[in-house]
Design a protein around this ligand. Structure first.
Ligand code: SF4
Ligand code: SF3
Length: 549
């Protein structure tokens, strides 16, 4: 069986995975995801029609949102989970069709809302005739549909996180369905899809701002924090992914149990939030970015909880498999699942019991890292920052947000951070930071040269900071700021962040370590002409270009 997937930066040969996913995704799983996405597009089409009649379909809003999130790179490797979700999608679809039975809509005769697949093999077979990649002949239309679909996956992730904290926005859900429905529209041409992709960026800004509101209302504004990277001598639970709501529940349930909680990878910024850092048993961050997990989970010794991507399938012979638990949209057939209860909460008692039977973590390193420079904290330092810019102590900022990855070529980002002149400040968010957050980059008049705003989910903070600086410096255009964008990408949340930046008019973004495989030469040309998007070359050449700009 062959497959095709090109959604992440690791797409084989810079084109797409065709035999087996570099990430570990099998052809069967890829096919199940393709059929699932097809069913979700159908659901979105029906949801839009039902909403036309001013009726609410919140269950479908959430099902599509969570479904897209589950197909993000490195979130879920459990084929049976997708079999179950495809069946549920068809059940919801039939319910919506019932509600539209009195109408005469053309969509009601389309295969996308009528196909039947009742067992795994038929679901896998169906993918052959429905996957966007194999059914869209024109390569530019295909490229733009993929750009929109992958952006929607990132949008869904942000929307889901906000919803978990009780923040929803009908406009967001309506847009999610609207953009999903465009993916099967035969009458849209390259120009219409290009406009749509940029419009999706505006929706991305909306989602990121809602998530910022959700996080800061629930956990207060991130603040300058030193995070311990060593270990204590009690048993620990390691929590990874991006879901702060899960972490909060785990912290509450582990109080006074004799178990410590450590963060891994993208959960590091949890330490910056007052309402999370107040728990004394949230003791530190263990390890590095997601791709180091196969090594670091071995030495952690205690249970590990995945709340979102990036999950690396366990290698043969690894010793930690029986210690891993997944929640939410993450999954792997070898890992245990923490279910969401009817009231939306999660019961981590089995993880806590498990932890109590384990040894304390083996130390990996000692020391501290500093972070918490989301917009509120940076703006409270605005006077010193603007002063440092005006007197020339800070010559420029480089946004180095995004994702980390396992390929050797990504040492470019470490080298770039090391080679930046002493009067440059790095603004970061996302797991990309692990390439340079343990270097001693020093400070400028007390302002650290590495300002970490948080997770990739907090990229919005960097936008707020840029807009406030523009105002403080009396500039007309965001591109007149002394800010360069050298962004590392890996999965689909970076795609919505990119579209959001383009929608805000940011130009001259460099994207690496390679450009997305799903951008056709013509689509890339449009991005180059309108936004001067580019790839990366050598550290030296890029530094020259960024610093003269
Ligand atoms: Fe390949 Fe990335 Fe798709 Fe995995 S998610 S199959 S690595 S393109
Ligand atoms: Fe990282 Fe997966 Fe994207 Fe959240 S954890 S930035 S790659």
């Amino acid at each position: 069986m062959t497959m095709f997937c090109n959604q992440c930066q690791e797409a084989a040969k810079g084109v797409g995975c065709t035999v087996f996913g570099v990430c570990g995704k099998s052809p069967e799983l890829t096919a199940l995801m393709d059929t699932f996405i097809y069913s979700l597009i159908g659901l979105s089409c029906l949801a839009l029609e039902v909403k036309e009649e001013k009726e609410l379909v919140r269950e479908v809003d959430l099902f599509v949102t969570e479904g897209l999130f589950a197909t993000i790179t490195n979130a879920n490797f459990d084929e049976e989970e997708f079999v179950t979700r495809i069946k549920e999608s068809i059940r919801l679809r039939n319910q919506l069709k019932e509600r539209l039975i009195h109408t005469n809509l053309p969509i009601l005769t389309h295969d996308i809302v009528n196909f039947e697949v009742d067992h795994k093999q038929s679901m896998i077979k169906k993918a052959l005739s429905v996957a966007i990649h194999s059914t869209t002949e024109n390569e530019d239309i295909r490229s733009l549909r993929e750009l929109i679909l992958f952006g929607l996956k990132g949008l869904a992730a942000y929307t889901s996180h906000a919803e978990k904290l009780g923040f929803t926005d009908d406009e967001l859900f309506n847009n999610l369905h609207r953009f999903m429905a465009t993916l099967i529209q035969p009458d849209l041409d390259v120009s219409a899809y290009t406009t749509l992709a940029l419009e999706l960026g505006n929706v991305g800004v909306l989602a990121m701002s809602l998530l910022d509101q959700a996080n800061t209302s629930s956990f207060r504004h991130p603040e300058l924090t030193k995070v311990n990277i060593g270990v204590q001598n009690r048993p620990g639970i390691l929590i990874t992914g991006h879901d702060l709501h899960d972490l909060k529940q785990l912290l509450e349930q582990t109080q006074d149990t004799g178990v410590d909680v450590y963060t891994h990878s993208e959960m590091l910024p949890a330490h910056y939030y007052p309402e999370l850092k107040k728990y004394p048993h949230l003791v530190g961050n263990y390890g590095n970015a997601w791709h180091e997990q196969t090594k670091e989970f071995e030495t952690f010794n205690g249970p590990i909880v995945f709340t979102t991507n990036c999950l690396v399938p366990p290698r043969q012979g690894c010793t930690y498999t029986e210690r891993v638990y997944t929640t939410g949209n993450t999954g792997h057939p070898d890992f245990k699942v923490i279910k969401t209860l009817a009231d939306g909460t999660k019961d981590f008692s089995c993880v806590i019991e498990h932890a109590l039977t384990c040894a304390a973590p083996t130390p990996l390193e000692t020391g501290e890292i500093i972070g918490g420079f989301a917009h509120h904290q940076v703006l409270s330092l605005a006077d010193s920052v603007v002063g440092a810019i005006k007197e020339g102590a800070i010559k420029n900022f480089v946004v180095m947000a995004g994702c980390d990855g396992r390929h050797k070529e990504r040492t470019y980002y470490t080298d770039f951070a090391k080679e930046l002149p002493q009067d440059s400040v790095i603004l970061t968010a996302g797991c990309a930071k692990y390439k340079y957050n343990k270097l001693n980059l020093g400070d400028i008049n007390g302002i650290p040269r590495l300002l970490d705003a948080g997770q990739c989910n907090d990229s919005y903070s960097l936008v707020v900071i840029a807009l406030k600086l523009k105002e403080a410096l009396g500039l007309e255009d965001i591109n007149d700021l002394p800010i360069a964008y050298n962004i590392a990408w890996y999965e689909q949340k970076a795609v919505i962040v990119l579209l959001a930046l383009l929608a805000l008019g940011v130009k001259n973004i460099h994207l690496g370590p390679t450009l997305p495989a799903f951008l056709s030469p013509n689509v890339l040309q449009v991005l180059v002409e309108n936004f001067a998007i580019g790839g990366i070359s050598t550290v030296e050449e890029d530094l020259n270009e960024f610093l003269k700009a």
